[in-house]
Design a protein around this ligand. Structure first.
Ligand code: NAD
Length: 453
């Protein structure tokens, strides 16, 4: 590991990766590599958890392609040296900010959207002019292998290198000194990464998880709400970091909501028998998820096919914050429904828990929408939709508190992998003597005047 990091550092120090022409050509090469190997990418992800081509394109590859397109289109603007004003005290001078790459970066990916979550940060790091060591999640073994094959066969390892492995290899990597670590995964492992980074004072971005609520107020457009909620929740069999984890629905519409929910799930064919319904990633998660289904509270679904690793979309009713399903991030196709009478109480309950990665508000009531947006701190979210904020690259994506720190996508991704070097360039034409000895009352007054104090 040490050798890989050191050869990347040597290469970074040649300054080649800083050239805009180089960055653009490598981004184009990555695009071409992915596009010409889509078949391999589809096969690998199907082997890992039977994710369909349609879902893989829409929720993984399309986002990567649009990230590359966005970076290619805007790179010159993002990387431009930015002139800023100079204050009177520094007269005569000019001031500017130079965006510079951080250096050798480590990107650690998660398994649930293996391509997108591993390669989107890599695209941002490349656009910013860094070298990257990439550690995909070993849990999705086939997608990890295909990324290793495609990157390691097509790119200079001193620039981009995939290192496969689990805890052992990641621990070894984390012992090295990086200039940036970008981690996607659970808050528990996030803490390990943060601690390891602290030893070298390495800056980190942590994209973590948590329990993301969906508020459904009395006056929402219920039909539309249910349609969008069902898609957002059961896409990828609920294994989405920003999936609505649970629903807070107003008591007066709860029955109607539950009826519509059941029929929408059936209409959308999110069914255990549908060959396009994504599998649960491994047996451990099937067992964990089965343990969250309280049979006394199942209002729909609840069927687990352990040998196929599928779990039917399941709705749990009459849930309280004390239920087992509310003690951890679900990360699967189980939707607990909690009803509330006073919005205030529902907000307070959410605020008693760690800050969520996402929050969704289905409402037509402006006051209630604004109240939730003001009173709950969360990473990002949507009004009258679920998950889709991730698909707008102009919205920085990331968590807050327990759900993470830092953000990426679009320009936010470029900024995440960039240091902004501030320069004051002084003119040699004149030199005001105010700051020099001997000090005097008059000089102090001038300084105050220059500083507008
Ligand atoms: P995880 O934390 O178990 O694993 C993530 C990565 O960390 C993997 O590459 C793994 O090899 C490595 N890792 C695991 N244990 C480690 C250890 N002890 N030391 C060092 N490295 C270790 O997470 P996961 O199961 O892959 O993903 C699920 C979690 O990730 C959920 O909490 C989910 O919400 C979150 N997530 C967040 C986002 C986001 O964008 N914020 C996206 C996807 C998933």
């Amino acid at each position: 590991m040490n050798h890989i990091v050191e050869t990347q550092r040597k290469y970074f120090n040649t300054h080649e990766t800083k050239e805009l022409k180089f960055r653009l050509s490598q981004l184009a090469k990555l695009e071409e590599t992915l596009k010409s190997n889509e078949k391999l990418l589809y096969e690998a992800i199907y082997k890992d958890f039977k994710k369909s081509e349609f879902d893989t394109f829409v929720s993984e590859l399309a986002l990567l392609y649009s990230d590359i397109k966005d970076a290619k289109r805007n790179l010159r603007k993002w990387a431009r040296v930015k002139r800023v004003g100079t204050n009177m005290l520094n007269f005569p001078a000019k001031s500017y900010i130079i965006p510079e790459p951080l250096g050798v970066c480590l990107v650690i990916g998660a398994w649930n959207y293996p391509y997108q979550l591993t390669l989107a940060p890599v695209i941002a790091a490349m656009a910013a002019g860094n070298t990257v060591i990439i550690k995909p999640s070993e849990i999705a073994a086939n997608t990890s292998a295909v990324m290793a094959k495609l990157i390691n066969e097509n790119f200079n390892p001193n620039y981009l290198k995939v290192v496969e492995g689990g805890i052992l290899e990641t621990t070894e990597l984390l012992n090295q000194k990086f200039d940036k670590i970008f981690f996607t995964g659970s808050p528990q492992v996030g803490k390990i990464v943060y601690q390891a980074a602290a030893k070298h004072l390495t800056p980190v971005t942590l994209e973590l998880g948590g329990k993301s609520p969906a508020f459904i107020t009395e006056d929402c457009n219920l039909k539309m709400t249910v349609k969008r909620l069902v898609w957002a929740k059961f896409l990828n069999a609920g294994q989405t970091c920003i999936a609505p984890d649970y629903v807070l629905v107003h008591k007066n519409i709860e029955d109607q909501f539950l009826e519509l929910l059941k029929s929408e799930i059936e209409k959308e064919q999110f069914s255990i028998d549908n060959k396009n319904y994504t599998q649960i990633i491994n047996d451990r998660n099937v067992t964990r998820l089965s343990g969250l289904i309280d049979s006394n509270k199942v209002c729909y679904g609840g069927v687990v096919n352990a040998s196929e690793r599928t779990i039917q979309p399941t709705i749990l009713q009459n849930i309280t914050f004390q239920d087992k399903v509310m003690q951890e991030e679900i990360f699967g196709p189980i939707l607990p429904v909690i009803s509330y009478e006073k919005l205030e109480d529902a907000i307070n309950k959410v605020n008693e828990h760690p800050k969520p990665l996402a929050c969704y508000v289905f409402t037509n009531n402006k006051l209630q929408k604004n109240k939730i947006l003001k009173e709950i701190s969360f990473g990002g979210g949507a009004i009258n939709d679920g998950v889709m904020h991730i698909a707008n690259s102009k919205l920085p994506f990331g968590g807050v508190g327990n759900s993470g720190m830092g953000s990426y996508h679009g320009e936010a991704g470029f900024r995440t992998f960039t240091h902004y070097k501030s320069i004051l360039e002084k003119s040699n034409l004149i030199e005001l003597s105010l700051k020099y000895y001997p000090h005097s009352e008059g000089k102090l007054n001038w300084i105050k005047r220059f500083m507008g104090l």
